[in-house]
Design a protein around this ligand. Sequence first.
Ligand code: SF4
Length: 261
Amino acid sequence: MLRRLVERLRRGSDTLRYPDVPVEFPERFRGRPELDAARCTAGCRPCAARAPSALIRIGDQGDPAVDLGACLFSPEEAAACPHGAIRYTTDHRMASRTRAGLVTPTGEPEQVRALDRTARRLFGRSLRLRSVVAGSCGGCEAELVALGNVVFDMARFGIQFVASPRHADGILVTGTVNPNMRFALEKTYDAVPDPRLVIAVGACAIGGGPFSPSPEAGDGVPASLPVDLYIPGCPPHPLTVLDGLLRLLGRIEDGSRPTRG
Ligand code: SF4
């Protein structure tokens, strides 16, 4: 018993001190993709066609843009550019309040705007979410489960999952929202008392992910639900989810990006 106590004291706390202490991700971590348009030669746009996702969009003027919401974070997407213009940084911070905010020329998303003062007073220190799995592979849920473990410990910020939408302040949706799940999702949303939040987690919930454009799979949270926060990833790292939620609640205000990329 004494040995166990000594070991406990020796180990200290396993919980990350994020966001007070930034987390350094290893080089092999595939975080926010970055596009170096200077490497794109005129008329050279094979990446959009070669990438196994819609990560690269070509605008009306022929300019490429990065769509974080479509990114599957695979090596093949980065390899789609023969000139090495696409690479993954180790930046895990990728959430955006709007879908359009995930589509940018460089890959750096629009900074998350915190909820207004009234909503922050309601949810800022206690946010209860009902998770809705609407046609997912299970990857996103595995990361959401990790948010409850001792390393990430999301509950220390007052954010928790609850079993009933009646007890929730919002829904957190994962999966493509296939036709069989759409009705259940909308009913769950209706059951959450106003004011309520909708959070789309993962490429599937944002736009169908690797299953897009399959009508059987669906293309993410339907337009009938007003999404308050989009969190990219396939699946997103637990800290990507936590970072997005804390920024939404106004508990991280620093908009700076890590210098190491
Ligand atoms: S976004 Fe990726 S990990 Fe999440 S449910 Fe879809 S395929 Fe699975």
